[in-house]
Design a protein around this ligand. Structure first.
Ligand SMILES: Cc1cc2nc3c(=O)[nH]c(=O)nc-3n(C[C@H](O)[C@H](O)[C@H](O)COP(=O)(O)OP(=O)(O)OC[C@H]3O[C@@H](n4cnc5c(N)ncnc54)[C@H](O)[C@@H]3O)c2cc1C
Length: 370
């Protein structure tokens, strides 16, 4: 099968490898150089669903040295002053043997490994351009050109979208008083706040807050920003220094009404864009790739190529919808400080703290999707 992939971000590149391994001939269109693709300052939480996909395409072993495992995910509700810890024992039996809840990886390292891997695969042809390819040359066109997809605009594909009126600040900080194997999801009324281990005392913070507060915090000196961090970090955790320049990103929600249009299939952030703090974005993008690869490999659909986009749209619906609802609920839960929500919040936390079944259920959805 001849497939064009538009966009060589982490979704498009991963799709190129996975589809090429399934026997397709791939033209990979990208407007940026490899150096520009690598040069992004962000980190990803890698879940067990992504681990399985990386193992399947044969890149897991070479990535292992770049991954920082975490054994605990500590969720803290500042409004209730309660916390619940998700542990390895809350994972399903197959995932438990890896002895960690997930891994953190820096964009630079994973993008570099994936691009190196692509360069060794013969049936991937990289085309440096921003021109959207002509459909007549291909059996399928995969649009993985990101949240501001030109393909989606050209095809006028409708989507449901809104702004969170929030900004996400990311920075690398050295912290004291925290284990190097622990990740935090802190729910305060400014918005959720993630602390992700990068090895030793180094942590990535992903902190969402109102536009007004974010503008104010971004205009502060590094030492005043550190003082601010010490007010929102859990009790006993102290920030020592900021390693890089903090960066701010606006946060949007966008979900396509359909994940295909004719021969075009929308993958990754081209079809779903969420609040980053749930750590689900990239993992969900890669599950899109897994679904497409299994449809393309199906002997029945190989003979009916035109129906692959329709099957893809239907197959991805439940996973994408459930993760979008879960992530959005987390943001709204965190920001709601109305007294009326106090009892349901308390009950949710009590249930998660006391019931291993509830922890397993939530962790399994976050780890493996539906
Ligand atoms: C601050 C922040 C923190 C995040 N944290 C996490 C996390 O912890 N865990 C997680 O799983 N996810 C996280 N995410 C989400 C994650 O970054 C995205 O899900 C992921 O990068 C999406 O990759 P993508 O390939 O779909 O899109 P992109 O990375 O946007 O790639 C799109 C590519 O298409 C190219 N392109 C665009 N138009 C054209 C064209 N016309 N022709 C050719 N090429 C084109 C672009 O140059 C780009 O390289 C975070 C996001 C942000 C903003």
């Amino acid at each position: 099968m001849n497939i064009a992939i538009i966009g060589s971000g982490l979704t498009g590149s991963f799709a190129a490898i996975s589809l090429a391994k399934a026997g397709c001939r791939i033209d990979l269109y990208e407007r940026l150089s490899d150096e520009e693709l690598i040069n992004r300052d962000r980190c990803y939480a890698i879940t067990h669903s992504s681990r399985k996909l990386l193992v399947n395409i044969g890149i897991w072993q070479s990535l292992l040295s770049d991954l920082v495992p975490f054994k605990y995910l500590n969720v803290i509700d500042c409004g209730l002053n309660k916390n619940v810890k998700f542990r390895v024992s809350d994972l399903n039996n197959l995932d438990k043997k890896y002895s960690c809840v997930g891994w953190i990886v820096e964009h630079k390292k994973i993008m570099l490994s994936i691009l190196e891997f692509i360069s060794k695969i013969d049936n991937i042809n990289k085309i440096p351009t921003s021109v959207i390819p002509n459909t007549t040359n291909y059996d399928l066109i995969v649009a993985a050109d990101g949240a501001n997809s030109a393909t989606k605009k050209k095809l006028k594909t409708p989507s449901f979208k809104f702004d969170y009126d929030q900004v996400c600040i990311t920075a690398k900080v050295l912290l004291r008083g925290v284990k190097s194997t622990e990740a935090f999801e802190i729910l305060n009324n400014q918005g959720p706040f993630a602390v992700l281990p990068l090895g030793g005392d180094l942590f990535q913070i992903v902190c969402s807050q109102s536009v007004e507060n974010a503008n104010f915090n971004m205009s502060r000196s590094k030492s005043l920003f550190l003082d601010y961090l010490s007010t929102i970090l859990p009790y006993g955790v102290e920030p020592d220094s900021i390693i890089d320049e903090p960066k701010a990103y606006p946060i949007k929600f966008e979900l396509n009404y359909s994940f295909h249009s004719g021969k075009y299939i929308y993958l990754g952030e081209t079809s779903h864009l969420f609040h980053p703090v749930g750590g689900q974005g990239l993992n969900l993008c890669w599950r899109d790739v897994k679904c497409l690869t299994s449809l393309v490999s199906s002997p029945l659909l190989k003979k009916n190529k035109f129906s692959i986009p329709i099957f893809y749209s239907i197959s991805r619906l439940v996973d994408v919808l459930s993760i979008s609802i879960l992530t959005d609920t987390l943001v709204r839960y965190s920001r709601s400080n109305l007294n009326i929500f106090f009892i349901p919040r308390f009950l949710v936390f009590l249930c998660l703290k006391k019931s291993r079944f509830a922890r397993k259920f939530i962790l399994n959805i976050m780890t493996n999707g539906l």
